[in-house]
Write a new protein. Structure first.
Length: 153
């Protein structure tokens, strides 16, 4: 039994492992690769959020144009804290079916009027962005001057 234990101890002494320097270099390389991957993931996530906000702004503009063609009486005021539903009341303040729902994380600041205002021409202006993003997408529909501006990336 003692002989066998001595052989095991001798075998362990003969084995060579990694030196401390080799281990530190391996850890440094792995940490550099992880850091690079982490920052590229954050960057691609931010770009994706901006694309979602732009798509929401385009969809909102098309929905508003359809509502204007249908001559729907909609209150075009929506603040960032008003929730995800847009167009849930008419110009007199009565409840109606919302015409658009924003995705989670998308915020909008919307002003405007419909054809039911004295000018007879609709005006719609919106800033749409993703929460915690600095990039805003501007949307303008002005019937009086014949301007439709949709966001581009």
């Amino acid at each position: 039994m003692i002989r066998r234990t001595n052989r095991v101890i001798q075998h362990c002494k003969d084995m060579r492992g990694f030196t401390l320097i080799e281990l530190m270099i391996a850890v440094a390389i792995i940490s550099i690769l992880m850091t690079t991957g982490f920052y590229s993931m954050i960057d691609s996530r931010r770009k994706t959020q901006d694309i979602v906000a732009m798509a929401e702004a385009n969809s909102l503009g098309k929905t508003v144009l359809n509502a204007l063609v249908d001559e729907a009486d909609i209150n075009f005021v929506h603040l960032p804290g008003d929730g995800s539903a847009f167009g849930g009341e008419d110009t007199s303040g009565s409840a109606r079916q919302p015409i658009f729902f924003f995705s989670n994380g998308v915020k909008a600041d919307i002003t405007g009027n419909t054809k039911f205002y004295p000018s007879g021409k609709a005006f719609f202006e919106a800033d749409v962005w993703y929460a915690n993003s600095s990039k805003k997408f501007y949307l303008l529909i002005d019937e009086k001057n014949g301007i439709n501006t949709f966001p581009e990336y």
